[in-house]
Design a protein around this ligand. Structure first.
Ligand code: MEV
Length: 312
């Protein structure tokens, strides 16, 4: 009986979430130590999708996993294997709906496992297009930055519709990610930003914020490449202000952002879709990162991760 695995990891958008959906640039970094593995094993009985966070048969998966179910069926059809008997086990350390790219990472791991199972090479662009099948179902109109970053070992610069660029970072600093424990709602957040852009009663307001986020992202790119940590911190804080005005902040996110800044962070903002999910803070040293992580936990973060930017 054949067995194959595929894996992927979490991601953090440093800057440019939401504006990237509207053709401004975004920068994201992989969190290589926060991973998901999919294991596809041939069996003699039926088709089962099992995971560390959901269980059930392929046909009666809960509605929110419709994207994974459809993706899997498309993949099996690609290999003329719709009647294959299998267990597909998903082990994920990435919290769901927290802006860390869990849906794209699961889809990437599943796609890689299926291609490995059928001993077929997987072209990087085909992988992104395939993951997008799941992302469109789960998130509506994804920019593609989640899919790009959860399958990349390097930071990513993305402008929707343009070829993906890997983005070298030359900065000695640390990211401290804090999980609010509140489920974020990416598709709802993306839709509400689109509504603001169309709002006749506030003409130009949404577009101005999107354009400003694009300007901040371009400035952040320069600071990341020239090790200008303080300027990057100020830029992240300015982006958080824009995201708040776009309507995707959440009181629990702001509570953790304030706690990080009070503990000495150089800047902090939400990451991903918002309306819950995760935030992150920037610090210069590992000691400051530990202090900020401690402050986040004291203020209710359900999990924290420290990631050196220098090793990206
Ligand atoms: C979600 O991680 C990031 C958003 O910009 C949506 C997207 O880019 O698809 C909110």
């Amino acid at each position: 009986m054949r067995v194959a695995t595929g894996s992927a990891h979490a991601k953090i958008i440093l800057i440019g979430e939401h504006s990237v959906v509207h053709h401004q640039p975004a920068i994201a970094v992989p969190l290589l130590n926060v991973a998901v593995t999919a294991t596809l094993s041939e069996t003699t009985r039926g088709q089962r999708l099992i995971s560390s966070y959901f269980t059930g048969s392929l046909v009666d998966l809960p509605g929110e996993f419709e994207g994974v179910r459809v993706l899997l069926q498309r993949l099996l059809r690609r290999f003329n294997a719709l009647s294959l008997n299998f267990d597909l086990k998903i082990d994920s350390a990435i919290p769901e709906e927290r802006g860390m790219g869990s849906s794209a990472a699961v889809a990437t791991a599943v796609t890689r496992a299926v291609y490995a199972f059928f001993e077929t090479a997987l072209d990087p662009q085909l992988l992104l297009d395939t993951v997008n099948i799941e992302e469109v179902i789960t998130h509506g109109s994804p920019s593609g930055i989640d899919a790009a970053t959860v399958s990349s070992t390097q930071p990513v610069w993305l402008v929707k519709g343009s070829p993906l660029k890997h983005f070298p970072i030359h900065m000695n600093a640390f990211l401290v990610v804090g999980d609010t424990g509140v489920t974020g709602q990416t598709s709802m957040a993306v839709n509400s930003v689109s509504e603001l852009l169309k709002d006749d009663e506030q003409p130009g307001v949404g577009q101005h914020l999107i354009n400003h986020l694009g300007t901040l992202t371009t400035a952040a790119a320069k600071y990341l490449q020239h090790n200008q940590v303080r300027l990057l911190g100020q830029t992240l804080t300015a982006a958080q202000q824009d995201l708040t005005e776009l309507g995707v902040n959440h009181p629990v996110l702001q509570h953790l952002i304030n706690a990080a800044n009070d503990a000495g962070a150089l800047g902090a903002k939400l990451t991903g879709g918002g309306l819950g999910g995760c935030m992150f803070a920037l610090t210069q040293t590992a000691e400051q990162a530990a202090k900020v992580a401690n402050a986040l936990e004291q203020h209710g973060a359900v999990a924290t991760w420290i990631e050196p930017l220098a090793q990206q």
